[in-house]
Design a protein around this ligand. Sequence first.
Ligand SMILES: [Zn+2]
Length: 241
Amino acid sequence: MSSPELIQLTPDLCDIFARYWSLCMPPHRKGDIALPFLHLQSEGFWHLIPQPGKEEILCRTKEPGSLSNLKNLILGASLDKELAVLATDPSSRDDLRFALIRTYFSPSIQTKLLEQSLINNEALKYSEDLLTLKRAASPRGEEGLNQFSRDQGFRRAVVTAYDHRCALCGIRMQTSQGHTAVDAAHIIPWSETHNDDPRNGLALCKLCHWAFDEGLMTVSGKYQVVTSPQISTRPNFPAHL
Ligand SMILES: [Zn+2]
């Protein structure tokens, strides 16, 4: 490796952080990836890369404020060169992950975190296969895959393909912690076809997902959004729908 790779605050990284957080912390404790992303710099192996012209402000920053605020200050972070090499190699990366989990978490949580790490790896590979249509020739190519990995992989593929925008109403909404408003839904139910091809998927916001499942909204064969007359029947108030 010529230079340590830049680690960016991408939606994928925020999503993975939130998944691990939910396994370790009680539901009422909201996670914020901006905190460890900033404060890890005090550990010596984690180096923040400032946005051009933001070097001095970053030096004076003691708290990230919010994820968007931190993104305005930094391009990302890099690991020490030797550590980056270890983190990139699949075998030593597994060893590192295992050592961290064994060192910092109780035995009951260790098992959950290790299971989630396997799901993350499988889901990432599956979503990349879906996005490059490697699975298209084999609609049942997901067989043998853990259901959680399949669900997470399909979700990532569809949400990435739609760039976090709802296919029906068009909104894109992400929180300052990087949480997205959209889910991934199958057009023809998975139970009927086992088809996770992203062309059989729609990214839908929570309201449109519910309306789609209830039969209040759908998409025609000509890719037009079709709404049911029920949607504006009194006392309904469909607003932007
Ligand atoms: Zn929507």
